[in-house]
Design a binder for this molecule. Structure first.
Ligand code: PXP
Length: 242
C-alpha cells in the first residue's frame, strides 16, 4: 500500500506556514511499513511543492511514487531528482482532483517520448488509466512498466449494478495488464469499505490511497488509520477466490 500525502500539504498551505509537515507524516507512514509514498506535484503547486519532493527523497527511506503530468517541466524535474517511480496522470488546472485516466490514443507520441526519457534514467514508469483494454495495450506498446487503474468511477457509483459492472471492468483490465507483463497498481477514491473488492483482485500489487486516509486520521490518528487500512487489505487478499 502506498500513501498519498498531498492533502497534508493542502492543510499546511491553507495557513501559509509549515504545519502540518507532509514529510513528518511520510516518516510516520514509514514506521507503519507502507510500501511507498505518493506525492503529486501539480503545475499550480496547490498542495505538494518542489521542496517537499526533494525532502521526501532526502529524508524518508521509502520509495517515492512521483505523480505528475507528462510535461517537459515535470519530466525534467523527475530526471534531476530521480524518484523510484513516476506515475503519469492527466492534469487539468480547473479540476478538484484527477478526473480519469490518460487518453493514449490522442497523446501517444508525447507520452511515449516522456516515458522513454524517464526510463532512460532508471525510473519505473506507470501510466494512470481507466480500466480500458485498448488503453492498456497502448501503454504496453509505449513502453510503460506499470499501469495504475483508476478506481474513482467504481468508488463513486451510487447503485450496486453500476458498481458491479465497473468492478468487472477493473478485474478484466487487471488480468489483461498482468498477462502482457505490466505491473498493476490501482487507486483513487478508496476507503475502508470500497477497498475490499479492489484488494481481492490478486493481479493488483499496489494500492495508492490518499484523501480518505488523511481525512480519517483526523478521527483516529494517522498510524491507526494506516494500520486499519493495511488489515482490511490483508484480510481481503486472503479471501481472494481467483
Ligand atoms: N492515484 C492517482 C493516480 C491519483 O491521482 C490519486 C489522487 O491524487 C490517488 C491515487 C489517490 O486518490 P485518493 O486521494 O482519492 O485516495
Amino acid at each position: 500500500m502506498g500513501i498519498n500525502i498531498d492533502h497534508v500539504a493542502t492543510i499546511r498551505n491553507a495557513r501559509g506556514g509549515s504545519h502540518p509537515d507532509p514529510i513528518e507524516i511520510a516518516k510516520l507512514a514509514y514506521e507503519c511499513k507502507v510500501d511507498n509514498i505518493t506525492a503529486h506535484l501539480r503545475e499550480d503547486r496547490r498542495h505538494i511543492r518542489d521542496d517537499d519532493i526533494k525532502r521526501l527523497l532526502n529524508e524518508v527511506k521509502i520509495p517515492l511514487n512521483f505523480e505528475m503530468a507528462a510535461t517537459d517541466e515535470m519530466v525534467n524535474f523527475a530526471i534531476e531528482n530521480l524518484p523510484f517511480a513516476c506515475c503519469i496522470v492527466p492534469e487539468k488546472r480547473q479540476e478538484i482532483t484527477t478526473e480519469g485516466g490518460l487518453n493514449l490514443k490522442i497523446n501517444e507520441n508525447m507520452i511515449r517520448k516522456q516515458v522513454l526519457r524517464l526510463k532512460k534514467v532508471g525510473i519505473l514508469c506507470s501510466l494512470f488509466l481507466d480500466p480500458d483494454i485498448d488503453q492498456i495495450e497502448k501503454a504496453k506498446q509505449i513502453g510503460a512498466d506499470a499501469i495504475e487503474i483508476h478506481t474513482g468511477k467504481f468508488c463513486n457509483m451510487q447503485n450496486d449494478e453500476d458498481a458491479l459492472h465497473e468492478l468487472n471492468n477493473i478485474k478484466k483490465a487487471a488480468k489483461y495488464a498482468k498477462s502482457i507483463g505490466l505491473e498493476v497498481h490501482a487507486g483513487h477514491g478508496l476507503t475502508f469499505n470500497n477497498v475490499i473488492e479492489i484488494a481481492k483482485i490478486i493481479e493488483i500489487n499496489e494500492l495508492n490511497i490518499g484523501h480518505f486516509i488523511i481525512g480519517e486520521s483526523i478521527f483516529i490518528g494517522i498510524k491507526e488509520t494506516i494500520k486499519k487500512m493495511q488489515n482490511i487489505i490483508d484480510q481481503a487478499r486472503a479471501l481472494h477466490t481467483g
